[in-house]
Ligand binder design. Structure first.
Ligand code: AN7
Length: 357
């Protein structure tokens, strides 16, 4: 009989730092769908297999839950009563949820006015203590690192190595499902924890011969927040994709190693290109991700068009977060498609339908 799915730590416990007596803090995260795109490859007229790993279907709507189940499990095991993070939104929602599950306290530092509405609402509902700063994520991150030296709180940002351990399971799931690693793996890059974690996962599987190949890692950033493309940190990052509005990535060295060892590259895309990719995925595939997530598809489509990613390739794009997280951007994207309001009678409904056909 198939066992009830109880989360990624149970599924991959042999590859994760837990023991028999560890109390696992889980919300059944992971096990997200790998969806093959059907319409977009046809539209662009290229012979490529593009799959999206839809991480927006995790319990709090982002990939952060993979790392958070692990980080909070280890914090609780070590006796922590409180966790803390700086966040552009998704980490705070995830930390808050897992703290609630564990029965401990969560503190989150967020940049005032730069968090998508859904993420703020979640974090409030999960009952974290929200500290808004007049500053950006990078400043929040520095403050969190300092305060953790002076207060009894565990940092659950991706500088916590358990976060990457949890997040590497996304690469395992892809290989377990396809039977091989893709030729190219495309990701949005902010703090660079995720690209580092995927590379760790793929390397682990390849080294142990679970699969025979490893992907080329492609890290894509927003044009106004592209330190990896610039080759140095950026002081005032700006982008509509607030999740990746980050100028001083904490996993710099790991991400550079992933790029170099895999023969991959970094590139950057304008907010317009990112938003166009988000809309395209929703409109033509029925997959609604948040703006930052669409950066992976924007990059893949650009590199497929230029031939840098050749025809015949198998490509995975990670869609890091759910589109419902950021309803304000979605409404702006659809400003021209305002719903019509009519009288509540049959003729009026018929007319409204016929007007659209
Ligand atoms: C949707 O929540 O950094 O390169 O504080 O929310 O691993 O940082 C979010 C990052 C991509 C970038 N897509 O991942 C935070 C935070 C979404 C994200 C990223 C984030 P990393």
């Amino acid at each position: 009989m198939q066992k009830h799915y109880t989360g990624l730590i149970e599924r991959y416990r042999d590859r994760l730092p837990v023991s028999k007596s560890t109390r696992i803090i889980s919300l059944c995260e992971g096990n997200t769908p790998l969806i093959q795109l059907q319409n977009i490859p046809r539209m662009i007229g290229k012979d490529v297999d593009i799959y999206v790993k839809f991480e927006g279907l995790n319990p709090t709507g982002s990939f952060k839950d993979r790392g958070m189940t692990m980080a909070v499990t280890k914090a609780v095991e070590a006796g922590s009563q409180a966790i803390i993070c700086a966040s552009t939104g998704n980490t705070s929602a995830s930390a808050a949820a897992y703290a609630a599950r564990a029965g401990i306290k969560a503190f989150v530092l967020i940049p005032e006015g730069k968090i998508a509405l859904g993420k703020l609402a979640q974090t409030l509902m999960y009952n974290a203590t929200i500290i808004q700063i007049n500053g950006n994520f990078d400043q929040g991150m520095e403050l969190v690192k300092e305060v953790a030296n002076h207060a009894p709180v565990s940092i659950v940002n991706s500088i916590n190595p358990f976060r990457l351990e949890g997040q590497k399971t996304a690469a395992f799931e892809i290989v377990d499902e396809l039977g091989f690693a893709p030729d190219y793996h495309c990701l949005p890059v902010g703090n660079a924890g995720n690209i580092s974690a995927y590379w760790k996962g793929y390397k682990e599987y390849a080294t142990e011969r679970v699969c025979s190949n490893r992907p080329v890692m492609c890290g894509y950033q927003a044009a106004g927040a592209a330190p990896f493309v610039a080759g140095h940190k950026i002081d005032n990052p700006e982008t509509v994709a607030t999740a990746i509005r980050i100028g001083n990535p904490q996993s710099w060295d790991f991400a550079i190693a992933a790029q170099q060892e895999s023969g991959g590259w970094f590139d950057k895309f304008s907010d317009e290109k990112i938003l166009a990719a988000q809309k395209m995925l929703s409109q033509f595939e029925g997959i609604f991700c948040e703006p930052a997530s669409a950066t992976s598809l924007a990059g893949a489509l650009h590199d497929i068009a230029s031939g840098k990613i050749p025809e015949g390739s198998k490509i995975v794009c990670t869609l890091t977060g759910n589109g419902i997280k950021d309803p304000e951007i979605a409404m702006q994207q659809c400003a021209d498609a305002k719903p019509v309001t009519i009288e509540a009678d049959l003729d009026a409904v018929k007319r409204a339908i016929l007007d659209c056909l």
